[in-house]
Ligand binder design. Structure first.
Ligand code: SF4
Length: 64
């Protein structure tokens, strides 16, 4: 699994982080700066929940 972050959509709500604290990373201004090539299997649920929680639809999950 992979997560694509569309930085131009991110508004810094931090809902992704609340749902996926071990997957998502925010920068100092609260914008998503996650750069992860491969989500480990045990974190896939967090990644999905975080993407679903994003009100800006800034996160896309690419399943393997
Ligand atoms: S929930 Fe969406 S808009 Fe908010 S910080 Fe995360 S990616 Fe950005």
């Amino acid at each position: 699994m992979k997560v694509i972050v569309q930085a131009n959509r991110c508004q810094g709500h931090a809902r992704c982080l609340a749902e996926g604290p071990d997957v998502y990373v925010l920068d100092d201004l609260g914008y998503n700066s996650t750069n992860i090539d491969h989500v480990p299997p045990h974190l896939e649920d967090q990644a999905r929940r975080g993407a679903l929680a994003c009100p800006e639809l800034a996160l896309t999950i690419i399943e393997d």
